[in-house]
Design a protein around this ligand. Sequence first.
Ligand code: FRU
Length: 465
Amino acid sequence: MNALQRDLKKLVPLVESLGAAKADSDPHRQKFHVQPPVGWLNDPNGLCKIGDTYHVFYQYGPFDVNGGVKHWGHVISRDLLHWERLPVMLYPDEPFDCHGVYSGSALVEDGTMYLYYTGNVKHPGNFDYIKQGRGHNVCLAVSRDGVQIDSKQCLMYNKDYPAGLTCHVRDPKVFAYEDRYYMVLGARTADDRGEVLVFESTDKLHWAHSNTLTTPAPFGYMWECPDLFELDGQWFLAVSPQGINCQNVYGCGYFPVYGDWRGKCTLGEFHDADFGFDYYAPQSFADGSRRVQIGWMGMPDADYGNKPTVEYGWQHCLTVPRVLTHDGRGHILQNPVPELAAARGAAVAVPDGAEQAVSTCFNLTAAPQGDFSLRFDGGLTLAYQEADRTCRLTFTDTAMAAGRTSRTAVLDAPCRRLRVVGDASSLEIFLNDGAAVFSTRYYPAGSTVTLRTAALDAVVYPLHL
Ligand code: FRU
């Protein structure tokens, strides 16, 4: 352990203990979503399961509610609903990661955790920190007990990446496939195009660039947080592209991959992963035979925010874990993990035209038959129009919105299934069995929210968490 790590190991728990009572007194504190004890959270990192324990890490800024230098926060769970906080796993305490332990992933082998991440380094000088002045290093931390790091090292510096790139090369996602290990890295080229670099290795330590995945025409200037996985025989490349035309500041979605991504292949049509205000940088992992994905319920550089929680010294949370499946036509379906059903209380019917106050922690299901609307406390409306299969989420109450306005999704098929998962300050809306999703933070005035339906018979279950 170096001297900086020794001090950070004392300082982080100290700022957490100073801020915890205030953060925990916030009525908008989430009940079953991963959130930081204090300070800032962004991307989920290092998702994995060892034995019967799920590990979730996240980009964590304990010293600054608006960001600050990134650490890896750590929580564990047995059911993906109840989370126990463990000490910070990775600190920015080495010359190769001193300006932030950025995003990355976990590979688990024989119970040992191999955490691959980006060490962010900003060299002093008059640099733009895009084309010059920044180190984005691939680093590896190894942990045998899943709680403490045994070793940390830098595996690749910018000089080890292919030519023609900026300094922005980050977010390693590592996985084993057939007889090798693979790593995908998000990159911004020198001519400002987003792409994904594929590296391979036989020993987890030495990596060789073996392929590059991109679109024939430029699609944004940077692809953050790549993920590459197979669902029912179809491979998908998930990325968070910056610089594309979309409803939010940055995009977030996936391409079906046709051909072998280790060699010649093409990326199919890009699909948005989410249509809400707050969804970015998701990561998935194989949980037995199912694939579970968690996203950040936030959006970088958005012109709206989370003032109500910032006032209590914390900001942002992750999404509910979702199971991914393939619809057989190049689309991914996302649905909350079935574990959530265990928290359901007795069903409450909310018939067409009714008004019903429910706990903000709820699960709503309905089977729409045509146009419908669903209002939350009179300040937020979800409205569907069958004629053009358009679903719109619109805030009309400024306190509830904290700057959010309206978002739209055009569905591929008429809306026949609706599911909403609510927590104290978030809504995740799943349409047509997860073919389209809206994830958003919202700030209802109390611990109950009044639902009002029009042309919709809904069933609501309070969630006991
Ligand atoms: C995405 C991202 C990643 C980076 C991390 C830093 O939100 O910008 O590309 O590794 O956040 O916190």
